[in-house]
Structure formats: C-alpha cells, structure tokens
Design a protein around this ligand. Structure first.
Ligand code: AMP
Ligand code: DBH
Length: 552
C-alpha cells in the first residue's frame, strides 16, 4: 500500500473479496484481456484517431516502454491534464501498466491547482496537450516546473517546444517492471472539496474496477455500446459511471468529444451511432434547444445520464418528454459512492430522485447534526461506507479526522432524504461549497486566495441562484481601500493562477460580514441577502458589481 493512503480494515476487505466485489483484477490486466477477446473491435474514436483494442494496447505499450526508459515506474505520481482525446487512454493505460499513478487534473486547472497537485504529491511528470481551447499548456508547464523541483518530465501531446513529445519517447527495449497488484492504489481522483486546498483521492484497482464493472452492468453496456464522452474524461463521472472505463470493460466503443458544444456532440452521435452519453444539468437545455434546431439523427441514442449537480424537476420532465431516450439520474462522488436511477425504474422515480447505490454493501446513514439517525424519510446528512468508498484522502490526516467518522463513514456533506422505495433525493448541502453546474468550488479555497490581496480585510464566498448553472459564486468582501474595484480582485485571482470557474461571478462590497451568535460568518444570511438582491432584477449590467464570467 502506498504511504499516506488509508486501507480498508482487513475484515471488511475480506468481506468485499468474498462477496466477489474485489475480483483481483487490475486495469492493465483488463486491457490485455479485452485485447485477447475483442482485439479488432473499435475501442476509441476521436477527431484524429480510430483505434481498435489491439491498436490502443500497442500505443499504451509503446508509451509504457517510453515512460519507463525515462525512469518512470511504480508509485511515481504523474499529473495528467489532457483534453478529451484518444491519447488520454494510451497515457493512462501506460501508467497503469507501470504502476505509476495518474492524478486526473481537469482542463481548466491552472497554476494554483496544478502546482499544488505536483507539490503535494511530489509528482515526477506532467502530461499535457500543447494547446487546447485557446490555451497553451506549455506556458503553464513552464511556470509550474519553475516552482516544482521534483517535476522532472513534461510530456506533450503535439508540439513539445523545449519539453518532450509523447511521439518522441525513447525506444529503449527493456523489461517493464512487474505489473501492479489489485489492492494497490491505481490513481488519484480529485475532490471538489470544501477546504483550503484540493484533496487527492487514492483509488485502488480492486475498488474502482468494482464500481466500473457494476456500473456497466446497471447501465446494460455491451460490446454494442457506444459511449460519448462530453464532460472532461478524467472526471469521475465520465471515467467510471460507467463512463469510458465501463464501456471499455464491456468491450464497447468510446467516442471522445473534444468540445462540449452540442453541435459537435450531436454530430458525433449521428456519425458513430452513439448509444449512451453523460451530461451535467446546464447542458440539458442547451442540447434540447440544439436538437430542435438541428434535428440530428438520434435514433441510436438510448440513455442520457445527468449528474454532478441537482437536475431540476422541470428539466428532467422536458428531457424525458422531448427525447425518445431513457433518462438516468446519477448522484456520485469521486470519493466513491455512486447512485443511479435504474433503466427500468418508473418515470416518477427517474424524474424526482437521484437513484440508489450501486452495491448491496454500500452502507448509507442519514443523520442529524449529532450523527444520530433521522426518522425514515426525513432530511439529514449523508454518511457512507462501502466497497468502493475511500477511507481517507491522501496525506490529509487532520482533515480525515473530520471528513470520516470513527467507524470509517465518509461525511459526504450532502443533505438527502430516502424515499419509501429506497431512492435518495438530494435536498441540499451542508459543506461549504458552490456547485456551479457540476463544477465544485470550495469556498474556503477561494476565500484564502482573496485574503492574500492587501486591500481585503475579510471575505466570504457563497452560492447565489442562477437560472442556467443552478448556482454561481458570490464573494462578499470587506475592503480596506475603497478605490479597489471588483475587477482588480478578479485580475488578482487570475494572476494567482486560479482556475476560471473558481473566480467569483460577482463581488459585493460590504462594510462588515453578518455574523452568527457565536461569531462565525453567517453564510446563510449572506446567501439570503444575495438571493433577495437578485430577486426580480436580472443580474447583469444594472448591477455595477456584476462580473460575468467567461465560463459558458
Ligand atoms: P466530488 O466529491 O467533488 O466528486 O463531488 C461530488 C458531489 O457532487 C456530491 O457530493 C454532490 O454534492 C454533488 N453531486 C453529484 N451528483 C449530483 C446529483 N445528481 N445531484 C445533486 N448533487 C450531485
Ligand atoms: O459530481 C460527481 O463527482 C459525480 C457525479 C456523477 C461523480 O463523481 C460520479 C457520477 O461518479
């Protein structure tokens, strides 16, 4: 076991093995087996590639040998930040084979996040595309490498500049190290988090493959399935619920959509006869409108999954009425637990709940503030433990004491209730986080960055309602210097290298922050204040402090 990763207690691990959840598979073993069984079947399609399982395997093998020749090996941490492309899979399967551990960064992450992952995990390599969506990742790599002595290799898909191209790895013939074992950590997922720095989530081959295999089963994937990856490939939803890995597990085809715009995605569906895809809620109305406008051929499409943030009842209704597909709600987390409405659930369940856990051994507790069970059907904090839910974040002992109970239940921070049929409904959130259309923002992380500005004496970030994204972020700021403007703070945060989606959508200057009786900042009051201020009036030019983000 990698240092600083919390194992499951042996008794539970034995149970998960005995129940057949942990089958002793590894990712590279699974790929080898799929090549043997489905070698000539189409595995991955992208703008530039069309790889069979055999070709994917050959490319992963070439990269594994090249990475190994550079000195990468078991337990080396490697930050992977690629757009949705075929090479993403060649890279991660190469790393899996070596026992090196990908850290799945998201394309919008910038110097603040990437620098933190590299330093916190002492990463030795960083894999990027030369540029994507108008951004040059080599510039970012240069900045990060300057501050991170452990980062020995920057590997580039495309034009490498002073770095090394994935196309030009050394071709040394040498034996690869022994493959990893099923109980080993396979990679790190990222937590949306609610603390000052993003947390890393260690997932093992055994635990993740269980969630992938069971998800593929729940979603009825087969060799005929074609999964369209629209949201970022490294995100837990797109990777594993059942996502690309579930599709490859089933011997199907993954189509990598490099741009989430519906025009591009809908054309892929028609061209590759896509059967299933996954969206975050804000994409739903955008897709529906585009479908009405473009009338694409969607006859192949059977299932549209929606998750990452609460899907409003109206949108759920619209989707199921306007498209001839099965809607599936997915409520998951990179820490583990994933809930699905089932494909044969009654419409009422699909429209009005976020489904039920994957596993009979997912333990669910819904509790009050004192960790006592609430009455059946009442709203409470969701705690969970099970065969694919982590027992601790990586190198985060102090935070782990708060994020997990003494019995090892993960405190999800979600407020849920359970229906009489056993489905969960997400009613809210107790964690200090903004869910910006599926992109999670830790309030504390952004507050700490804002407080670094010399003119900010206090601040608090809260969610404000938004018709399109569900929530956006609003920063209440007490300033020392009245000449400092919102735009100055925004520029300051950008210069610190914070991902764009975390930059507050709106800044409200106030004389002081509302406090609770015990002296804590009263965020509930602040949320009410901003919601009331937005009520009726559309946010926009009439609010001089509104700063429209560049996010879609
Ligand atoms: P993370 O822990 O960063 O992977 O984010 C997972 C969180 O996203 C969950 O704990 C929920 O707060 C939120 N989430 C994911 N899916 C849904 C959903 N279908 N409805 C409501 N919230 C969701
Ligand atoms: O939001 C998430 O993190 C998420 C949503 C749906 C997730 O991790 C998942 C499914 O696996």
């Amino acid at each position: 076991m990698l240092a600083h990763c919390t194992p499951w207690p042996e008794e539970l691990a034995a149970r998960y093995r005995a129940q057949g959840y942990w089958r002793g598979e590894t990712f590279s073993g699974v790929l080898d087996e799929r090549i043997a069984r489905h070698g000539e079947r189409l595995a991955i399609v992208s703008d530039t590639r069309r790889w069979s399982y055999r070709e994917l395997g050959a490319e992963a093998d070439r990269l594994a040998r090249g990475f190994h020749a550079l000195g990468l090996g078991p337990n080396d941490r490697v930050v992977v930040q690629l757009p949705n492309c075929a090479e993403f899979f060649a890279v991660i399967f190469a790393l899996f084979r070596l026992g090196a551990l990908p850290i799945f960064a998201l394309p919008p992450h910038r110097k603040f996040e990437i620098g933190h992952f590299c330093q916190h995990a002492q990463a030795t390599a960083y894999v990027i595309a030369d540029q994507h969506a108008g951004f040059d990742y080599r510039t970012l790599a240069r900045e990060v490498q300057a501050d991170t002595p452990c980062l020995r290799h920057v590997l580039v898909l495309g034009e490498a500049g002073e770095f090394r191209a994935l196309d030009a790895l050394p071709r040394l013939e040498q034996d690869l190290p022994a493959p990893p074992r099923p109980g080993d950590t396979a990679f790190f997922q990222l937590s949306g988090g609610s603390t000052g720095t993003p947390k890393l989530i260690p997932r093992t081959h055994d635990d993740y493959l269980y969630s992938v295999r069971a998800s593929a089963h729940i979603c009825q994937l087969s060799t005929d399935s074609v999964y369209l990856s629209v949201i970022p490939a490294g995100h837990n939803f797109a990777l594993s619920s059942p996502g690309s890995l579930g599709t490859l597990y089933a011997g199907g085809t993954v189509v990598m959509c490099a741009h989430p715009s519906p025009d591009v995605a809908l054309a892929w569906i028609a061209r590759e006869r896509v059967t299933i895809t996954a969206l975050v809620p804000p994409l739903v109305p955008v897709w529906l409108d585009a479908i009405h406008r473009m009338r694409p051929d969607l006859r192949s499409l059977q299932v549209v999954q929606v998750g990452g943030a609460r899907l409003g009842d109206d949108l759920a209704q619209r989707l199921s009425q306007e498209l001839d597909v099965t809607l599936q709600q997915v409520f998951g987390m990179a820490e583990g637990l994933v809930n699905y409405t089932r494909l044969d659930d009654p419409l009422g369940v699909v429209l009005h709940s976020q489904g039920r856990p994957i596993s009979p051994d997912d333990e669910i507790r819904i509790v009050d503030d004192e960790d006592q069970p609430v009455p059946p059907g009442a709203v409470g904090h969701l705690l969970t433990r099970g065969p694919y839910t982590i027992r601790g974040y990586y190198k985060a002992d102090e935070h782990n004491r708060r994020a997990f109970t003494a019995e090892g239940f993960y405190r999800t921070g979600d407020l849920v209730r359970c229906t009489a049929q056993g489905n969960l409904v997400v009613e809210g959130r107790a964690k200090d986080q903004i869910n910006r259309g599926g992109e999670k923002i830790s309030a504390e992380e952004v507050e700490q960055q804002l407080l670094a500005h010399a003119a900010v004496s206090a601040c608090a970030i809260v969610a404000m309602p938004d018709a399109f994204l569900g929530e956006k972020s609003c920063a209440f700021v007490v300033r020392k210097d009245a000449t400092v403007r919102g735009i100055d703070l925004i520029r300051f945060l950008r210069a610190r290298g914070l991902a764009t989606y975390k930059i507050p959508d709106r800044i409200e200057f106030v004389d002081q922050l509302a406090h609770t009786g015990v002296g804590k900042i009263n965020k509930k009051q602040l949320r009410q204040d901003i919601a009331a201020r937005l009520g009726g009036a559309a946010p926009g030019p009439q609010h001089p402090t509104t700063l429209e983000s560049t996010q879609p």
